[in-house]
Design a protein around this ligand. Structure first.
Ligand SMILES: *Cc1c(COP(=O)(O)O)cnc(C)c1O
Length: 398
């Protein structure tokens, strides 16, 4: 590697991290192998004592997975990356690897359902004190971070209400409190938002979402400094086993090749749809980070280079109207996944956010009329026609 040119995003999405075997294959090879062979006993010993670099076992590292890890690190601008079996494996391992009983964790209240469960239920079982704050309130962050804190977890924009957290301010407060900031960057993707540049220490992803982008395989990623990944994360990762399947890494590598094109098209479509919904009859409000009506538009635009692919809106008429709406859709699919080329709609109150209970939903603004839309790659006008059809069905019995 004497002459590596400086490259840009579209090139990195296709080439970064490529490992070519001695067979000179052009597409990334799928190394579907659990273990690796040693030439002799001496070599095995040298590998296990770290004198020789050699793949050992796919729970520790695998060439196909490593290509994805190095590609994601390049795109994120992170020193190191490890890929995991799911997004939740990424979140749970990134949290558990460094935390100890007696420490304190502060998290934004608006979190993906399973992330909320880890903070509210799992961590306290291990003697970790956890505190939730309203992510958009710097006063609440200041109060919560006035005590020593080991870790902060936040998601921005949040799921499903697209709340924005001021990452620069929260990172400064967290570092003063002695902790690290972990950002779940799924909704924005590394193309629209770079948390590490705004003071975050660790970024986590569900690669299941936009990175695969075609609804096929689960996966996750944890990115951070070389020191944190190697000294704090790797021992936990290697010994507890949340590793990503090489097959899933291979599919996700293919997904990344078109990520910038899909995001640009889906994001433009999402913005057009948000503007349509904002004015559509029967819609109380539409949420999208670049709309003038978004209460945190200025902050969103200081952190993100685009609004993303998710639109959330609230229908008049509560659950009955929401269900009539969803059942009348002919193109948009009812599904709790997101970031797919297929447009997907979900009713958070009865699915993804059912378990957090009515009180917490009310606090987050997730009413029974709220629908979360993941905008796909279909023709924008066809999607608007589908939404119009569903809106008339929602209004039918009122
Ligand atoms: C989907 C998602 C996760 C979990 O990812 P899985 O791949 O489903 O385990 C975590 N955080 C956010 C914001 C998500 O959207």
């Amino acid at each position: 590697m004497t002459d590596t040119p400086k490259t840009r995003l579209a090139t990195d999405l296709i080439h970064a991290g490529r490992i070519r075997s001695n067979l000179d294959e052009n597409a990334e090879a799928l190394f579907l192998t659990s273990g690796f062979a040693y030439e002799n006993a001496e070599q095995a010993e040298a590998v296990f004592t770290n004198q020789v670099q050699h793949f050992q076992y796919s729970r520790f590292a695998n060439p196909t997975v490593q290509m994805l890890e190095q590609r994601l690190a390049k795109i994120e601008g992170a020193e190191a990356c490890r890929c995991t079996a799911t997004g939740m494996a990424a979140v749970s391992s990134a949290l558990l690897c460094g935390l100890k009983a007696g420490q304190r964790v502060v998290a934004a209240r608006a979190l993906f359902g399973s992330c909320h469960w880890i903070v509210s239920t799992l961590l306290p079982q291990y003697g970790i004190e956890t505190v939730f704050v309203e992510g958009s309130s710097l006063d609440e962050w200041r109060a919560a971070l006035s005590k020593p804190t080991a870790l902060v977890l936040l998601e921005t924009p949040s799921n499903p209400m697209l709340d924005i957290v001021d990452m620069r301010e929260v990172a400064a407060l967290t570092h003063k409190a002695g902790g690290i900031v972990v950002v779940d960057n799924v909704f924005a993707t590394p193309l629209l938002q770079k948390p590490l540049e705004m003071g975050a220490d660790v970024v986590v992803y569900s690669t299941t979402k936009h990175m695969d982008g075609q609804g096929r395989v689960l996966g996750g990623a944890v990115l951070g400094s070389k020191k944190w990944i190697e000294e704090v994360y790797q021992p936990f990762f290697r010994n507890t086993g949340p590793a990503m399947s090489p097959f899933n890494a291979w599919v996700t590598l293919k997904g990344l090749e078109t990520l910038h094109l899909r995001l640009a098209a889906q994001g433009a479509s999402a913005e057009t749809i948000a503007r349509y919904l904002e004015k559509a009859p029967g819609v109380k409000r539409a949420l999208y980070p670049t709309l003038d009506s978004h209460p945190q538009k200025a902050l969103a635009m200081s952190q993100m280079s685009g609004g993303g692919t998710m639109v959330t809106f609230e229908l008049e008429g509560g659950k009955e109207a929401a269900f009539r709406f969803m059942n009348a859709m002919r193109i948009i699919t009812i599904s709790n996944n997101l970031g797919d080329t297929k447009s997907l709609a979900t009713h958070p109150a009865t699915t993804t956010h059912m378990r957090i209970g009515p009180e917490e939903r009310a606090r987050l603004g997730i009413t029974d009329g709220v629908i979360r839309l993941s905008v796909g790659l279909e023709d924008t006008q066809d999607l608007i026609d589908d939404l119009a059809r569903a809106l008339s069905a929602a209004a039918a019995n009122r």
